[in-house]
Design a protein around this ligand. Sequence first.
Ligand code: SF4
Ligand code: SF4
Length: 100
Amino acid sequence: MEGDERMSKAIEEKLYLIRYKADDKSHLIIRNQDACLNCPTKECNFFCPADVYEWDAEGNVTTVAYENCIECGTCRLACPAYNIEWVYPKGGHGITYRFG
Ligand code: SF4
Ligand code: SF4
């Protein structure tokens, strides 16, 4: 098994341990879809460990599957255009980590 594949499997297994209670309103907002259209690297499609962001080439938009967010905070810093607004989910919503 290649290293990347092994790491990906380990992450998937860990994600399975998380419990979600998604709000009906996204806590992740793309500030400006035009910036995404002109973004040459679309890095959010790669840096998010939960695959929240995906470039929709037909609609020319970045889609946001906020229900899958594990609140790691990476996208607050990693988007080169600082184009993602990130707030904590409302009280009682978001994820629960189980330790052990
Ligand atoms: S990395 Fe930032 S600017 Fe580029 S597509 Fe993703 S959200 Fe848009
Ligand atoms: S906070 Fe982490 S998991 Fe949530 S969308 Fe941003 S990069 Fe993905």
